[in-house]
Structure formats: structure tokens, C-alpha cells
Ligand binder design. Structure first.
Ligand code: SF4
Length: 561
């Protein structure tokens, strides 16, 4: 029996090949690769070398769907590989300077560096990395140990027997847009395993179905997300040299006191900058547009000056789980567990999750190998992962900032005060759990919207389609859309009226277009532009959009992101 996290795109009347492995990891991000590496080593220590560990990923090549800022706390990688430096772990630069920059009106700014910088944004000792290069390196380490790593395998459904996860089904390839079978049709295989680890990134579509079906989030806060939009820039060397190792976070313009979010600028090397903007998807404005905010951020003279004479190399977007400890679901169940961003391992106060993702993978590996060795992969056995997490430094770190993101529900100024008290008290005070909210419930009627589109009138500020070009996104065009509108009449009859169809704004890849004339026909979906950020699956006010996985290999092609 299989469980679709949404209506299935797979054919129902075909025979499928089966592949059996001992440990299956869905998604090749830092959490799952750390899990595979640690598990393979533990299996070898126990003389279980014959066990098969398989990592699958929907991207055409490992790393193509991985994107982050990224400043990394080295604690996680140092546990996974104490000799990480000697092994050649890819570091773009060590952090040598950091500051919070308040971007103000009339082109002004204030730089808060040194002791004036908020403690959670001080980054000395951390590393500026390309997460995309990091996962390629981790995948190579895993393969060296004997882990099988298969890119281009898009897991479309969870295989279940009762409440027990028994593996995943791979998406069929060769289906035409109308559902018919093309000459190259090939049914996706069933990959069976006594243990499946879901590390699909934020809002994993399989994990979403499992969490709902098994009530893994019962008694927890709803997860809350931000959408981050990023570009990689080449800048003139004389400016790039000054910024190597510099970590700047920004507040103020263009959000002001409306909503949670801010920008970043990281100096990777003498010629390249990583810059981007994140905004919380609980923003009230029905016309919230993360890409438009990013454009306005780049247009502030402080940022525009840094980009002068440069050119954009890459573009991408992803969501970030910001809800913290109280928004994390139960981490394990019968035959499975959840790791990394999929489970909400992110410290929103420091904007860091890679070290927590690696740690979650290592803890999961310990519990899963114990379960395999005991030939007991029941929920009782896998729950050891939850226990290991609760006695780890990862739990302590997240516990100290357990109410961080919720503090900002009362607005930016109240939130800063509240979060400041949390930092000063080291998390000892404010024990009481703050309630959360699902992002899609916070949108206010279109009549209250204040957002207007930016003018993209210079080389630094591109429209969405130009940026999508820089993401390298490609999908097989003739396939069923992987963006499902559950009830199209809601879009036309209700959403147009109440919210003005926010999908046309919040998607950072211009996938959803509404014709100016003839809106009654409904939305036009350019699914082939989708960069797999999952914003639409989270932010649609009626929960009317369901993201499901397209054919394996489709999506962005992030390099150095
Ligand atoms: Fe992101 Fe959805 Fe747009 Fe794809 S369609 S880029 S998942 S918002």
C-alpha cells in the first residue's frame, strides 16, 4: 500500500521493479549525507559491512537543489570529521569581520559592528561556505565509505503498511502533460527498506504527508517559514578584496517594521559576493513578494554601491523553517525518521542550520544502526533518535532560543525587545511556550495591501524571469504539472476577490500568472520555471496549492550556491 502526500501523478496499473536496501535516505542534503556517512561507519564497526546504505535525490546531480546563504558554525562538521580541514572540506573564507547594518530611508545606513553588533549575529570562528559545494564534498566522502548515492531519483510517494513506512516509490518518467504514456514511459521503482530517513529539505512533500497522516505534529506549534532569495555576484576585485570574509546582515529597508526578515551580504573570495533577502511568510500583506523585496534591498545605495560594476552569476530561492524547537514534529516513527530542515533543525536567532542538520543526521544514524542491529525498526526502537536529540547540544542550543521567532508575532519592535530579553536571560527565563501560527492564516485582505512592485531599471535589479534564467532551471516540458491546484474555482471565485491571488506575487520564479483580461479563466502555471522553493505550498491562503515532485532530474541547477 502506498501513501501519496497529495494526489499521485504515478500510474496505478503498472508493474514496478523493486530495490531493497537496509537504510534508505531520501534527499542528499547535509543532514542525510551526514547520516549516511556516520551510519556506514557504525555499521562497519559492528561488522555489518554487508548492509546497503542508499541516498537518493531528485536533482540531476548532487548539489543542484541545495542552496543556502551560507555562514556555517563548524561544530557539526568537526564532529563528523575531526580532520575536516586536512580532508579538504570546502571553505570559501573564514569570517574576519561582521556587522549588522541598519538600512534607512534617503539612502542612509548605520553599521553596528564589534560590541555594538547583536551577540547572535557575531560570526567570528564561523565559515563562509557554498552549501552546494559542501554537499558535493559530503557525497564524495560517503561514496568513498561505500554509501550508494543516486541523483535523479525523485521519490514521489511513501510506501506504507498500516502506519509502518516500508520505503518510497519513485516518480514515473515519460508521462505526457495529459497523463498519457510517451514512448519513453518508465514506471518508477519501489525502493524498500526497513528504515527510511527523510531529509528532503524544508517542507518536504513526503514528510508533509507523513506528518499529517501520523499526527507527528500533534501538540506542537505549526511550523513557520521564511522565503530566502539569493544571488551570487561577481564584483570588481578591488571591492571584492575588501569584503573577503565579511559577514553583513541588514535590517530596516525595505521591510521597515512590517514583518520579519532582512538581508545578507557575505564576501566569499576576492571576486564573489553572496547576497540575499529573507522574509517571514507570516507577513500580512496579500501582495508579499520576496523577490521584489530583494530588488528593493539591492537598490538601497549601501548595497547598490557594493554591486557597482559587477554582474550576477546565479540565482535561487528556498524556504527556511524558522519556528524553532516547539514547531518541530516528533522525529521518528515505525520504520522512519526526519532530519535537518525537514524536521525544523534551524536556529532562527543566529540564522544557522547546517551544523544542526549534520548533528541531526549523526544522531539519527546512531539510533537507526542500533535498530538495524537489534532487528527492531519499530517506533519504539527509532524513538531512541528523539531521546538522543533531547540529550544533545543541538537540543540545548534550540532550547535556549525556543521562543525566538514567536517573539516577533507582536511586531518588530516588541519582538526585538522580547528577543533581547531572551538573549540576556540565556533562555532561562520566558520558559512558557509561545503559541505559533500557520503562515497561510495570516494574510490580510487585498484592500489592506501596501506593497507595490519595484522598478527594475538597472543592471543590478532583474525581473523574476531573468533571475530564473540564472538558476539554470529546466524541466521536461511535456509532463503533468507538479503544481496542483486542488480546487480551481477557489482561485477564481474567492481568492481573486479577497486576496488578489497572492501566488502571482509570492512565487520567486513567476510560475503563476493571471491574465489581466479574462481572469475568469484562472491561473496560468509555468511549472517548468519552478525552483522548488515550496513557498506556494506554504503561503497560499486557502492551502489550495500542492507541490508534488516532478520527474527526476528536473528543477534548478545550482552551482556554487
Ligand atoms: Fe516556489 Fe511554488 Fe514558485 Fe515553485 S511554483 S518556485 S515551489 S513558489
Amino acid at each position: 500500500m502506498s501513501l501519496a502526500s497529495s494526489p499521485s501523478l504515478n500510474a496505478s496499473d503498472v508493474e514496478r521493479d523493486e530495490l531493497e536496501v537496509d537504510l534508505l535516505l531520501v534527499g542528499a542534503g547535509p543532514a542525510n549525507l551526514a547520516c549516511a556517512i556516520h551510519a556506514q561507519r557504525l555499521l562497519a564497526e559492528r561488522g555489518m559491512d554487508e548492509a546497503t546504505v542508499l541516498v537518493i535525490d531528485k536533482a540531476e546531480e548532487i548539489g543542484h537543489h541545495t542552496l543556502s546563504g551560507s555562514v556555517m558554525n563548524p561544530r557539526g562538521i568537526a564532529e563528523l570529521f575531526p580532520d575536516w580541514r586536512e580532508r579538504g572540506f570546502p571553505v570559501e573564507s573564514e569570517v574576519t569581520d561582521d556587522a549588522l547594518v541598519i538600512l534607512r530611508g534617503k539612502g542612509k545606513h548605520a553599521r553596528l559592528g564589534g560590541l555594538l553588533a547583536p551577540p547572535q549575529l557575531r560570526n567570528h570562528g564561523n565559515l563562509i561556505v557554498s552549501l552546494n559545494r559542501v554537499v558535493c564534498w559530503l557525497a564524495a566522502q560517503a561514496e568513498e565509505l561505500g554509501v550508494e548515492v543516486y541523483p535523479g531519483f525523485a521519490a514521489s510517494e511513501v510506501l506504507l503498511e498500516g502506519e509502518r513506512v516500508t520505503g518510497v516509490q519513485i516518480r514515473d518518467s515519460g508521462l505526457a502533460a495529459d497523463g498519457g504514456r510517451k514512448p519513453n514511459f518508465e514506471p518508477g521503482m519501489d525502493v524498500r527498506s526497513p528504515l527510511t530517513v527523510f531529509g528532503e529539505g524544508p517542507r518536504g512533500h513526503l514528510a508533509k504527508g507523513l506528518i499529517r497522516r501520523l499526527g507527528l505534529d500533534e501538540g506542537r506549534n505549526p511550523q513557520t517559514f521564511g522565503t530566502g532569495v539569493k544571488e551570487l555576484w561577481e564584483v570588481p576585485a578591488e571591492r571584492g578584496r575588501e569584503l573577503v570574509g565579511t559577514v553583513l546582515h541588514t535590517a530596516g529597508h525595505p521591510l521597515g517594521a512590517d514583518g520579519y526578515g532582512g538581508g545578507w551580504i557575505y564576501g566569499l573570495d576576492e571576486e564573489r559576493l553572496s547576497l540575499g533577502f529573507v522574509v517571514g511568510l507570516d507577513h500580512h500583506d496579500a501582495a508579499l513578494d520576496p523577490h521584489a523585496l530583494f530588488v528593493r534591498f539591492k537598490q538601497h545605495p549601501f548595497v547598490a554601491h557594493l554591486l557597482e560594476g559587477g554582474k550576477v552569476l546565479r540565482y535561487g530561492a528556498k524556504t527556511i523553517p524558522e519556528g524553532g524547537l516547539f514547531a518541530m514534529p516528533r522525529l521518528s516513527g515505525d520504520g522512519f525518521c526526519l532530519v535537518g530542515d525537514t524536521a525544523g533543525f534551524l536556529n532562527a536567532s543566529t540564522l544557522k542550520g547546517v551544523h544542526l542538520a549534520i548533528k541531526s543526521g549523526m544522531l539519527a544514524a546512531e539510533a537507526m544502526v542500533d535498530a538495524l542491529a537489534a532487528k527492531d525498526t519499530s517506533a519504539r526502537a527509532t524513538a531512541r533518535y528523539d531521546e538522543l536529540f533531547e540529550s544533545s547540544w543541538a537540543f540545548d542550543e534550540l532550547h535556549r532560543v525556543r521562543n525566538w521567532r514567536q517573539a516577533f508575532d507582536s511586531g518588530l519592535l516588541g519582538g526585538m525587545l522580547d528577543a533581547g530579553v531572551q538573549m540576556i536571560s540565556g533562555g532561562r527565563g520566558l520558559v512558557k511556550r509561545r503559541a505559533g501560527h500557520a503562515d497561510h492564516t495570516t494574510t490580510r485582505p487585498l484592500s489592506e495591501s501596501r506593497m507595490t512592485p519595484p522598478v527594475c531599471n538597472d543592471g543590478a535589479c532583474m525581473d523574476k524571469l531573468t533571475d530564473v534564467y540564472h538558476s539554470g532551471t529546466v524541466h521536461e516540458e511535456d509532463q503533468p504539472s507538479h503544481l496542483l491546484i486542488l480546487d480551481p474555482s477557489v482561485c477564481v471565485d474567492r481568492c481573486s476577490e479577497e486576496f488578489g491571488n497572492p501566488c502571482r506575487h509570492f512565487c520567486p520564479a513567476a510560475v503563476y500568472e493571471w491574465p489581466e483580461e479574462g481572469a475568469a479563466e484562472g491561473v496560468r502555471i509555468s511549472a517548468s520555471n519552478c525552483v522548488h522553493c515550496k513557498t506556494c505550498d506554504i503561503a497560499d491562503p486557502y492551502e489550495n496549492i500542492e507541490w508534488v515532485v516532478p520527474e527526476g532530474g528536473g528543477g534548478p541547477k545550482y552551482v556554487d550556491m
